[in-house]
Design a protein. Structure first.
Length: 90
């Protein structure tokens, strides 16, 4: 794997529907305690790049890139499940 942000965007561009990419933005927003409306960009992939670059730290980006790549390889939903009540981590 190379740059985690590029890896996330590459996998999203090649394998995710617009709805899945939008759900991933929502998952990142929820996980980081931010409003999804603050994700800037002209389209869903641009917005996803923004949140991956600015809302996640290096470790979170690496783990998310690995998660997405594994899930896609297995043919499973590439969007992590939403954290349960009291489990939000920043």
């Amino acid at each position: 794997m190379g740059d985690p942000v590029d890896d996330i965007i590459r996998v999203a561009s090649l394998t995710m529907s617009e709805d899945e990419a939008d759900r991933l933005i929502g998952w990142i927003a929820l996980r980081t305690g931010r409003s999804k409306a603050l994700a800037t960009g002209d389209d869903t992939i641009s917005r996803l790049r923004h949140v991956a670059e600015h809302w996640l730290d290096d470790d979170q980006r690496r783990r998310l890139a690995g998660w997405i790549a594994r899930r896609v390889a297995l043919g499973e939903d590439p969007v992590p499940p939403s954290p349960g009540p009291g489990r939000r981590r920043t």
